[in-house]
Design a protein around this ligand. Structure first.
Ligand code: FE2
Length: 109
């Protein structure tokens, strides 16, 4: 990745494997090199999705926000593998996405 890509691509920290119905935390930061949060250039929002389903959306403001979030989620056991998507928008450089596969165990209801 270039430094430009590192500044915009979200970084996802969460377990690789979670238990059905048991809350787990997901931390997302933008990015592995911190992006500026200036009036004219900043991260506007960050979304957490599984597939096309929106789980969380956070809006940021320049100067005072740091573009990182920690959210607590639970997953059902309907799908064994799910793709977590972290999507952010920079006001100058558009939409960027990172994904991570999560395995859901303990199904069988
Ligand atoms: Fe940017």
């Amino acid at each position: 990745m270039t430094d430009f890509e590192k500044k915009h691509t979200p970084v996802i920290e969460c377990p690789d494997e979670v238990k059905e119905g048991v809350p787990f935390q997901v931390k997302i930061i933008v990015g592995s090199i911190p992006h500026v949060m200036e009036e004219g250039h900043f991260i506007q929002w960050l979304e957490v999705k599984f597939g096309e389903n929106l789980y969380e959306r956070v809006e940021f403001t320049p100067i005072f926000s740091v573009p990182e979030i920690i959210v607590t989620l639970t997953k059902g056991g309907k799908h064994e593998k799910r793709t977590l998507r972290a999507i952010e928008r920079c006001n100058l450089h558009g939409v960027w996405e990172a994904t991570k596969e999560i395995t859901v165990t303990g199904g069988g209801n």
